[in-house]
Unconditional design. Sequence first.
Length: 263
Amino acid sequence: MEPGLEELMPRLLPVDDCDLAEDFDPTVPPRTPQEYLKRVQIEAARCPDVVVAQIDPRKLRKKQTVNVSISRCHPAPEGYAPTLKWQQQQVANFSAVRQSLTKHRNHWQSQHLDSNVSMPKSEDEEGWKKFCLGERVYSEIDAVSDNENVGVDYIKVGFPPLLSIVSRMNQATVTSVLEYLISWFGEKKFTPELGRWLYALLACLEKPLLPEAHSLIRQLARRCSEVRVLEENKNEEQISALNLIICLVSRYFDQRDLADEPP
């Protein structure tokens, strides 16, 4: 290494000159700390000042695509923007639900599930979609009225997010099921069954959020805002449900850039 360069790049661990054996050979493994440091110096001095990467230009000819996602939510349709007071009240109610769930989790975990409740394994995406949404919603089958009222068939209509069920779900399962339902919602319409489960899963998310949960709830809020804008019939009940989810994500989970501005 040239003296001028050595001044610009001071040694991190200066090594004083030391007496090495006359038979010192830098090509063999060092026998002492002094020989090791001397060998490092010799190898560093042999490194070229400039290194040029060998790039295959053929690999750069392929068309490259950059995906840019909208950072904010679409504003609510005119006349449907939630007031600040309404949003604050929803956050307070949601906070109370979370506190109650935490307080009584052990009690609900100890409750026996009905014999017809079989919770899927955490990695069973299709099983959880059917479990939460029911065969009718999952398979997009029109509901058929049954003249013989023989009770609710939860296989068809989906299991509600009972406390005895969600209390048995650890954070990994909560995050996985949330991901499954948001993925389904990305291409499907919003339904009451989906809304109930999204609310329950958000209530089970522990703070501070894990990175994957943070990304998921932001994705959920944006999707709700898209569906809200495209709502043709302006169903007030459905828009209110979408407003609620956006409100909880933005104001309870501190994603304020996604919040609805009050009218």
